[in-house]
Design a protein around this ligand. Structure first.
Ligand code: BES
Ligand code: MN
Ligand code: MN
Length: 459
């Protein structure tokens, strides 16, 4: 009988062709002009899962549809694994910074360049192909599987919590497996011990009724752009700590073993600086860069809008200003509480003559892994077989909003094993996914099922 890994190697060029079809669909969830494309991507995933041998269904939501694929013939005694991924992508702009068009995938230097190649279409595709390889060669899987692919992750998964609640029974699983993150370094696979959460706001500052002549009024009438800059500057102190009262109170610090693990990881500050183009001098100076990225919250201005930004000079005192400000949160913190604290803070620092309003955009809870159990062991062995190295435990600064909810609503543990590489340009121009990680990623996920079968079928 053909081994599933041999099957995957034999079918590799078709897998690439199929991935290309997937990556060509501009499923930008944030833009309604792409609603048809996003729908098409959902149907593409459904058809792939169906062709792999799963029972499939596309379920409408108030936003983009959820695609489910189910294979439940391992029997009621066998555990159930829920595989989660997203078929939507971030907007590709600015287009002029791409070396090849974002929705025309191209291979250069062992990298697949396309929007969504790493985040997350390429990684969702790995799971579909691993399932296909098993079902095509053996006709079965050692565990029951439910695949859930959503199309709204990049806009904060606004409809997924109600969906998971409404389909609680159907989605019931011991473990959730997600590939939507990165390896620690090339050749060094990682399993995540945490994700940060997110609380995202707009702060609006309103001053005079309309724009004014900055000579006729400037100096007497408060300027909302100046005022908002001052407000933003109160969010941190000079050591990089967030200066909102009570902000750090609820944090549940990582275990000593986790901190020890972080310290044992090689962090090459120079290589990091070279990759990013500047030094990691932000945030709390009392913590190392990896500690800051993975175990400490952060606060960043994501965008600002005010006044005249066109060519040349215009002496204007703008009537209003707006900043998009987001916080990354760590375990113990919640988006709801952070909003309350920020409201209290703004009330304290609001300048006279300028009205501040806070608008909540989206949020997501932080997540911390429970790092034991057969699935965790199976994943470590599977990664070792395909990458020739045991995984390291790593944190992640980004957010996958639904992960904390899976735990809360389904009582399931999550296993996050991602195959992107650092510097993959997720959300940026020239996003890429290494062909080596693509190929080994499929092998890993195939091995995962074998390892699970050997591990006595307990998840
Ligand atoms: N896949 C990312 C999360 C991620 C980023 C994991 C980098 C590992 C490395 C996910 O698609 C994402 O971008 N999440 C957003 C959430 C937001 C849109 C609610 C994020 O972190 O900004
Ligand atoms: Mn993602
Ligand atoms: Mn993303």
């Amino acid at each position: 009988m053909t081994h599933p890994v041999d099957y995957a190697h034999r079918e590799r060029s078709r897998f690439y062709d199929e991935l290309w079809d997937f990556l060509r669909i501009p499923s930008v969830s944030a833009k309604s002009e792409h609603n048809g494309d996003t729908e098409r991507a959902a149907e593409w995933v459904r058809a792939q899962l169906s062709q792999a041998g799963l029972r499939t269904e596309t379920i409408a939501t108030p936003g983009h549809p959820v695609v489910l694929g189910e294979w439940r013939d391992a029997g009621p005694e066998a555990p159930t694994v829920l595989i989660y991924g997203h078929y939507d992508v971030q907007p590709p702009e600015p287009l002029e910074l791409w070396d090849s068009p974002p929705f025309e995938p191209a291979i250069r230097d062992g990298r697949i360049y396309a929007r969504g190649s790493a985040d997350d279409k390429g990684q969702l595709f790995l799971h579909i192909k691993a399932l296909e390889a098993h079902l095509a060669t053996r006709g079965r899987l050692p565990v029951n599987v439910v695949v859930l692919a959503e199309g709204e992750e990049e806009v904060g998964s606004p409809n997924l919590v109600p969906f998971v609640k409404a389909h609680r029974e159907r989605l019931a699983a011991e473990t959730v497996v997600i590939s939507d993150s990165a390896m620690f370094a090339p050749g060094v696979p990682s399993l995540l011990f945490s994700l940060r959460g997110l609380a995202y706001f707009e702060i609006h500052a309103q001053g005079p009724r309309s724009d004014l002549h900055s000579g006729a009024y400037g100096g007497a009438i408060p300027n909302p752009a100046n005022a908002l800059s001052r407000v933003i500057s109160t969010l941190h102190d000079e050591t990089g700590r967030i200066a909102i009262e009570g902000f750090y109170d609820d944090i549940e610090p990582p275990s000593p073993e986790t901190l020890e693990g972080i310290r044992s990881l090689p962090f090459d500050a120079e290589a990091y600086a070279a990759q990013v183009g500047t030094i990691p001098a932000g945030g709390e100076s009392a913590y190392s860069p990896l500690e800051r990225l993975w175990t400490r919250p952060s606060c960043d201005v994501n965008g600002m809008l005010s006044g005249y930004t066109g060519e040349g000079a215009k002496t204007v005192l703008p009537a209003n200003a707006m900043a998009k400000v987001s916080f990354r949160l760590v375990p113990g913190q919640s988006p709801v509480r952070v909003k309350e604290l920020l409201e209290e803070h703004l009330a304290k620092v609001a300048p006279a003559g300028v009205d501040l309003t806070l608008v909540e955009l989206h949020g997501g809870r932080p997540w911390r892994a429970k790092l034991e159990g057969p699935l965790f062991e199976a994943a470590s062995r599977a990664l070792e077989r395909s990458f020739g190295a045991r995984p390291v435990l790593a944190g992640e600064g980004g957010t996958i909003p639904i992960v904390g909810e899976f735990e809360e609503i389904l009582g399931a543990n999550s296993l996050l094993l991602g195959f992107a590489l650092p510097g993959a340009n997720m959300h940026a121009p020239n996003e890429w996914f290494a062909t080596d990680c693509f190929e080994r990623g499929i092998d890993t996920l195939i091995h995962l099922y074998d390892e699970l079968a050997q591990g006595g079928n307990s998840g």
